[in-house]
Each structure stands twice: as C-alpha cells, then as structure tokens.
Design a protein around this ligand. Structure first.
Ligand code: AMP
Length: 213
C-alpha cells in the first residue's frame, strides 16, 4: 500500500502515520523527520533546511524533492505512508514522476481534516521524543512520567518550530501553498477525506475503514 497523508500542521498526521504504517507493514516516511535528522547530524543539508524550518517556512522544492526521491527509491519503500510530502504542487508533480519511474504508483492521498481553530492548541504543547520519534501532548496525550518517553525513556523535547507565532505562520503557508495539492489528487481521483477531530485511535479506524471493512 502506498499512501500520502495530507493535512495542516498539527492535524495529527504524524501521530496517525506511525500506527497506520505499522498496521500496513510499510515504512513511515516523514520529510520533517528526515530534515530533523539532518539538522541533528549538522550536515550541509541540515544547516540549509534549518534556516527555513526555524522560521516556519518550507524548504525549497529542489532540495526536498531530491531527498524524498532518494528515500523512496530505497528497497524497503515498495509500500509506504508518506507524511509531510508533497507540500507544494511542484512537489506533487515531482513525486508523481518519481513514482512512475519507480513503478510504484500511489493508492490514495488522505486528507486529515481539522479546522484552523483546533490547530494552534494542538501543535503548541506537542512533545517529541528525539530518540524514537514518539509524539505526545502536554494536555491531550501526556507521557506517564513528565518529560520522559513511555516507549524508550528518551528525554522529550518541544519542537523549536511549535511556538504559537510559528504555528500560525505554518498554517498560513499551508493554506496558501499546500492546499492546492488537494486539487492535484482530486484530479487524479485518489483523494480521500477523513475528519481529523477526535482521538487518534478513532481517526486511525476511519482511515483503515477505507480498505478493511
Ligand atoms: P513537519 O514535521 O512535517 O511538520 O515538518 C517540519 C518542517 O520541515 C516544516 O515546517 C518545513 O519547514 C519542513 N518540511 C517538511 N516537509 C517539507 C516539504 N515537503 N517541503 C518543504 N518543507 C518541508
């Protein structure tokens, strides 16, 4: 199964993507995670990406497309849940071309629909385990021990780009630049919409219901 998850920042894409990928037995590929790993390793790509990410802006398409194409051509990516890519119409075209070349066409693009007024509250308060990638929330999904990952005992961090002003900016970027991607997949007849308000497990069940009745 090859899926793209679409939705505004803080819609729960990342939280959904992990169990969904597990259930479908495919890798979870998140461009945000790939960039954060590059930043952590202080690579040239990471230093460049950080200039955009820390301000809530998108990393340029050419760099992002190249990184995504490279990851998607790896042997384990015959199926995948793609999270956070594509975020521009140009990226959607580049992804399409890469998947045609790899003979790995998409099965569906899933929009996790969450209204703007819920977004800022969700993204602010988000906690991330830098060690295993688990996502928590101070209010909605607190860890058992404050500041410590339930799964790997890593020390949780807030994301540098989760401040209220940066989240508002990322949301504006989403509406202006990313939402036209929905039209691209609608045109291909593979867009599916899911109401993203509700607990993460309910949202997962709604997504799985497209394939497993
Ligand atoms: P995310 O973890 O998906 O919220 O991504 C964090 C940040 O990484 C975004 O706000 C962007 O700055 C950058 N980023 C992630 N994916 C992309 C993409 N497909 N295109 C451009 N920038 C991206």
């Amino acid at each position: 199964m090859r899926l793209v998850l679409l939705g505004p920042p803080g819609s729960g894409k990342g939280t959904l993507a992990k169990p969904l990928a597990q259930r479908l037995a495919v890798p979870h590929i998140a461009t945000g995670d790939l960039f954060r790993a590059e930043i952590e390793a202080e690579t040239e790509l990471g230093i460049l990406a950080n200039e955009y990410i820390s301000n809530g802006n998108l990393v340029p398409d050419d760099v992002t497309n190249e990184m995504a194409r490279h990851r998607l051509s790896e042997p384990d990516a015959s199926g995948f849940v793609l999270d956070g890519y594509p975020r521009t119409v140009d990226q959607a075209h580049a992804l399409h071309a890469a998947l045609v070349e790899l003979q790995r066409p998409l099965d569906a693009a899933i929009l996790i629909d969450v209204p703007d007024d819920k977004i800022v509250a969700r993204a602010v308060g988000r906690l991330l385990c830098p060690n295993c990638g688990a996502i928590y929330h101070l209010v909605n999904k607190p860890p058992q021990v404050a500041g410590i990952c339930d799964i790997c005992r890593g020390v949780l961090k807030t994301r540098d780009d989760d401040t209220p002003s940066t989240v508002r900016h990322r949301l504006a970027v989403y509406h202006r630049i990313t939402s036209p991607v929905l039209g691209f997949y609608e045109g291909q007849g593979i867009l599916k919409k899911v109401d993203g308000v509700g607990n993460p497990d309910e949202v997962l069940q709604k997504v799985l219901a497209f394939w497993f009745k």
